[in-house]
Design a protein around this ligand. Structure first.
Ligand code: 5RP
Length: 225
């Protein structure tokens, strides 16, 4: 197993402590998407009898949860979501993130908006000074693809259609290279305003509250200032 995989496994295990206070209650737990979230789901399997319900940010995670016998409910049926655990493609010191490498950015953003606490789990390679090294995903309604791509190029990005990929919502993803994102909140707001954009994979207005970072020296916990 690579050291990156070991780090992912360590943070997935550590994240169980973040949700343990709601074991044995009727609270639902928010579950993210990606390889690190998959490991977290596998860790939850041992506690399936104590978990009343989960809300998943993708069909992929919902299927994995169900395969472990963990109940998945619709977000619309939940009035309070105390905690959401998910990975990130990049995260900065202020706990703003790029997400959507797995294409689940819109549902992730919706679940994150409802959650009281967002716990981000990732290995140390994801922590960066300036966001943008990882191509920024933008989910677009199909007829807006070319228009939004032109707008992204006009702000200095190099958008590329994610070939052969359709989101859980039936839309497309543009992955944007070449952006040095020094104002994540401003860029999130700007891109989200363009007609046809469903959402941009910048999580700055609602970033993480807690980062569990897998390092060679173990799991570091960083809280939003
Ligand atoms: C999926 C995501 C994931 O959280 C992100 O891609 C990180 O994935 P991984 O844990 O596989 O590195 O945003 O849409």
């Amino acid at each position: 197993m690579s050291s990156q995989d070991q780090a992912k496994r360590a943070v997935a295990r550590a994240a169980v402590d973040s949700v343990a206070p709601w074991f044995g209650t009727d609270a639902a737990i928010g579950i993210g998407t990606g390889s690190t979230a998959d490991l977290f789901i596998d860790e939850l399997a041992a506690h399936r009898g104590s978990i009343a319900a989960t809300v998943a940010s993708s069909e992929r995670s919902a299927a994995r949860l169900r395969s472990h016998g963990i109940r998945v409910v619709d977000l619309n049926d939940v009035t309070d979501l105390p905690v959401y655990v998910d990975g990130a493609d990049e995260i900065d010191g202020a706990l703003a993130m790029i997400k959507g490498g797995g294409g689940a950015l819109t549902r992730e953003k919706i679940v994150a908006a409802v959650a009281r606490t967002f716990v981000c789990i990732c290995d140390a390679s994801k922590l960066v000074t300036v966001l943008g090294g990882f191509p920024l995903p933008v989910e677009v309604i199909p007829m807006a693809r070319a228009y939004v791509a032109r707008e992204l190029a006009a702000i200095g990005g190099q958008p590329r259609l994610r070939e052969g990929f359709v989101t859980d919502n039936g839309n497309l993803i543009l992955d944007v290279r070449g952006l040095q994102i020094r104002d994540p909140r401003g860029l999130e707001q700007q891109i989200n305003q363009w007609p046809g954009v469903v959402t941009v994979g910048l999580f700055a207005a609602r970033g993480a509250d807690i980062l569990l970072l897998g390092t060679e020296d173990g799991v570091r916990e960083i809280r939003r200032a």
